[in-house]
Ligand binder design. Structure first.
Ligand SMILES: C[S@@+](CC[C@H](N)C(=O)[O-])C[C@H]1O[C@@H](n2cnc3c(N)ncnc32)[C@H](O)[C@@H]1O
Length: 212
């Protein structure tokens, strides 16, 4: 029983089953509003990394089209269900792949008018190299939209996060509590506009970034 809980397939299935329920409180209180605000100016073809259960699909403006990558089939099945209830579901091309394995699809679909990461740079194995690898697929001037939880600024909370991170990662399919995603994006050379930080259980970073 425990072995199956900690197996990769076991945690993937549990994420698919319980993720939306686990997140529903914070989504209703804070995140849905933040997502809507972040996506309000989007247009054209969006590249979404880590579509998850598809929570963003109905929040993207109606005239956009979306290419999404999601390696967990248990999460993606919810995204397909969600997409089916949205007007013109043909707008969504969702692939059951890690983004890193989707080079052919990216080459064919590029250039993209926006790149979206929500609650995913905490989870991808090599976030910096993934972000760098995606920049060539963007149209010049395309925004990179980010809504991510990051390590807390408070020393005691940071210590707690670092202490529980190994177990958390194991239970939450690779999600890290300890990443400084805001600094990582800056180090890549992306310039943030409209950046904001807020606390909702964890500390979150929201920004629209551009290549300089
Ligand atoms: C915490 S969920 C967030 C889902 C969604 N973006 C949201 O805002 O609710 C993170 C998702 O990223 C996916 N993921 C992890 N590594 C990935 C990669 N290399 N490419 C695409 N998706 C990835 C996971 O399977 C997981 O479903």
């Amino acid at each position: 029983m425990l072995a199956s809980f900690f197996s990769r397939k076991g945690t993937a299935a549990l994420m698919g089953k319980y993720y939306d329920r686990f997140m529903s409180g914070i989504e209703e209180k804070v995140l849905i509003r933040r997502r809507k605000q972040l996506f309000s100016g989007l247009q054209g073809k969006i590249l979404e990394i880590g579509t998850g259960t598809g929570i963003n699909l109905d929040l993207f403006p109606k005239k956009t089209t979306v290419v999404g990558f999601e390696p967990n089939p248990f999460m993606l099945s919810h995204a397909y269900e969600r997409a089916a209830f949205i007007e013109n579901p043909n707008r969504f091309a969702l692939y059951n792949l890690k983004t890193e394995d989707g080079t052919d699809i990216l080459n064919e679909a590029a250039p993209f008018d926006a790149l979206v990461f929500t609650l995913v740079l905490c989870t991808v194995a090599q976030p910096e190299s993934l972000v760098r690898s995606l920049l060539p697929y963007l149209r010049e001037g395309a925004p990179i939209l980010v809504l991510e939880h990051i390590i807390d600024p408070h020393p005691l909370i940071r210590w707690i996060q670092k202490t529980i991170n190994p177990v958390w990662k194991r239970c939450a399919e690779g999600c890290h509590l300890t990443r400084s995603t805001d600094q990582m994006l800056e180090q890549i050379g992306l310039k943030a506009t409209n950046a904001s930080y807020f606390r909702a259980g964890l500390t979150f970073y929201q920004a629209v970034l551009y290549q300089t």
